[in-house]
Each structure stands twice: as structure tokens, then as C-alpha cells.
Design a protein around this ligand. Structure first.
Ligand code: KG4
Ligand code: ZN
Length: 333
């Protein structure tokens, strides 16, 4: 059995994976604590992780009907993320592995999002293109085989989810506003206002969402209050469409460039209804298989971390005691 631990942002997560069988996948979300600040406060996140990590691991073991003695390996996210938040998970993982004299695997959070695709109920094998879009990251990765990854593009500024959340806030919605914006946009006209698609003609797979966000700010500033109120759904739809168009265009272009016949989505933004609808149609037209894992495996979780550990090298007892965490960085150890 592998015990997975994930604390890179604002979710405290533990999971138990036994071969291909996911026995437990526990997530304690801190969203309500951060909502009043309109975003994740790193020190608040670290403190909550510290309080929650042991109960969350205990709950995972109980849900799996397992004891710590049955755990043969601990897998933990070591990068990238909020440094204080990551350190809570890494210190916990090291302590558990050391006490049990078992091995430990250091996992990149992005590798974890990709490895969510290897879990039931509908696992998929490479090669495929993976779009990881959440509140913290936006990356396009070509997965040639398990563990053989090519980062094709990423955001140069805000993440897609962050852009949607900030847009939602400008429109007076709550935090995190991605899902509310999605619901509001459903009743609006995407062609009402013309918002820029970041790096549209750059010829790269990189993203930029700061321009569209600023465009919305000025658009709303130049409009009468009552008019904004009347047109909120149309503005939401137009704004969301600009963000989603960038995701779709670059992902399809990446798939074409690598001759990939499958696209996988990961990250909270993959819940977006416009993204799903348009990408489904586009993929059908292009003969590409589109796969979206269930929501609990798309958003941050520890099952994906345990899943990645199955094919990544592990560090033997007790060599991991010097292991640290890194705020930035990609797949390389
Ligand atoms: O993967 P995730 O849960 O983790 C973090 O980034 O922490 O992603 C959260 C992001 C938020 O930005 C949220 O607004 C966005 O996913 N999100 C959505 C939808 N549901 C969640 N964005 C667009 N449409 C949705 N339906
Ligand atoms: Zn994530």
C-alpha cells in the first residue's frame, strides 16, 4: 500500500492506494478559511495543514480499513507550491517513513495531476496531451509514456482558474468564483463583448491571462452601474469565453503538433461547462479521445500523488531525511 500526502496549496489530502485499487481519498478543503481574504493566504494555509494533516491521514487509514503497518511506501508532493504548506506534508511524510523504516517517493504536483489519469474508474495510458488548469497552474504537457513528460507550455502570469476567479470578483461574485462565473455565463451571450485571447498569435503553447483580466477591469469601469447589472451574464460569458478559447486553441494545437490522439484534462477548471462542451465537440471533429477524470481526481488530491509514486523512483530509508520542498520547479527531482 502507498500512503499519498498532498499539501501544496489549500487542501490537506491523504490517500491509500493498493496497486490499482484506491482504498481511500480524503480531502479537507480550507476554502472557507481563505474566502474572507479573497484568496489563499500562505501562512493561514500552513497553519491549517499542521492542524489537519494527522487527522486526515488517520481518516484515510480508517476509510481504507488499513493500519500504518500495512503501508509500504509514503508518497508526498515536494514541489511546486506554497513553501510553508509543502513543508508540512514533507515533514509528515518523512516522519512516518522514518518511523516505519519504509521508502519515500518525492512527487511533483504536476506529475500528480497527470497520474490522476492512471487511476480507476477509467484509466488511460500514454501517449496523450494533458491540460492542467487550476487556480494555481496552467500547463500543457505531452506525456509520451508514464514518467516521460515534455512541458510544452505554461502560463506566463496568472493561472486560468485565477483569471476566472478574479473576473468573477470584478463582477461581484464570491470566492473562488470560477464555478459561479460558469453558472452566470450559461445564460449570457459570448459574443456580447470582445475580450482579448492572451498570446493568441504567439505561435507557442504558453498562456497569458493578465491582459484579459485588465481588459475586463477597464470594460467595467467605463460602463454605467445599472448597465453592468443588466448585462452581467453577457459580460461573464464573453470574459469566460476568452479564457476558455485560449485553453482550447493551445491544447488542440499541442495535440496536433505531437500527433496525439488523446487529450486529458486535470485541475479544477476542467469542471468548466463551456470548456467541456467546446472541447468535446472539437475533439469529436478531430478524432481525438477526450478524457476528464471524475471531479475528485481533477482537483487537488493525494490519490494522484500515490498514483505517480507507482512508477517514480523511491528514496530508501533513511536517505530522505535531508529531503526538502521547493516553491517552484517542474517535474525534475
Ligand atoms: O484544482 P483546484 O481545485 O485547485 C486549486 O487551484 O487550488 O482548482 C480550483 C480552481 C479555482 O480557480 C476555481 O474557480 C476553478 O478551479 N473552478 C472552475 C469551475 N469550478 C472550479 N473554473 C471554471 N468553471 C468551473 N465550473
Ligand atoms: Zn493542483
Amino acid at each position: 500500500m502507498i500512503l499519498g500526502i498532498e499539501t501544496s496549496c489549500d487542501d490537506t489530502c491523504a490517500a491509500i492506494l493498493d496497486g490499482d485499487v484506491l482504498l481511500a481519498n480524503i480531502v479537507s478543503s480550507q476554502t472557507e478559511f481563505h474566502a474572507r481574504y479573497g484568496g489563499v493566504v500562505p501562512e493561514v494555509a500552513s497553519r491549517h495543514h499542521l492542524e489537519l494533516i494527522n487527522p486526515v491521514i488517520a481518516e484515510a487509514l480508517a476509510a481504507a480499513g488499513a493500519s500504518m503497518k500495512q503501508v509500504a511506501r509514503v508518497a508526498v508532493t515536494t514541489r511546486p507550491g506554497l513553501i510553508g504548506a509543502l513543508l508540512v506534508g514533507v515533514a509528515t511524510a518523512k516522519s512516518i517513513a522514518y518511523a516505519g523504516k519504509i521508502e519515500l517517493t518525492a512527487v511533483s504536483h504536476l506529475e500528480g495531476h497527470i497520474a490522476a489519469n492512471y487511476l480507476p474508474p477509467d484509466p488511460i495510458e500514454p501517449p496523450f496531451i494533458c491540460l492542467i488548469a487550476s487556480g494555481g497552474h496552467t500547463s500543457i504537457v505531452f506525456v509520451r509514456e508514464r514518467g516521460a513528460l515534455e512541458l510544452l507550455g505554461q502560463t506566463l502570469d496568472d493561472a486560468a482558474g485565477e483569471a476566472l476567479d478574479k473576473g468573477a470578483r470584478l463582477l461581484g461574485l464570491g470566492y473562488p468564483g470560477g464555478a459561479e462565473l460558469d453558472a452566470l455565463a450559461a445564460g449570457g451571450n459570448t459574443g456580447y463583448a470582445d475580450f482579448p485571447i492572451g498570446l493568441d498569435k504567439a505561435g507557442s503553447f504558453d498562456f497569458s491571462f493578465s491582459g484579459v483580466k485588465t481588459a475586463l477591469y477597464y470594460y467595467l469601469r467605463n460602463m454605467d452601474g445599472p448597465e453592468v447589472k443588466r448585462r452581467r451574464a453577457d459580460i461573464a460569458a464573453s470574459y469566460q469565453s476568452a479564457v476558455v478559447s485560449a485553453l482550447i486553441k493551445k491544447t488542440l494545437a499541442a495535440a496536433a503538433s505531437r500527433n496525439a490522439s488523446a487529450i486529458c484534462l486535470s485541475g479544477g477548471v476542467s469542471a468548466n461547462s463551456e470548456l467541456r462542451r467546446r472541447l468535446t465537440t472539437e475533439c469529436q471533429g478531430a478524432g481525438i479521445h477526450l478524457r476528464v477524470p471524475p471531479p475528485e481526481l481533477c482537483t487537488d488530491n493525494a490519490a494522484m500523488v500515490a498514483s505517480a509514486a507507482r512508477y517514480l523512483p523511491s528514496i530508501p530509508f533513511p536517505e530522505y531525511l535531508s529531503l526538502g520542498a521547493r516553491a517552484s520547479g517542474g517535474f525534475a527531482a
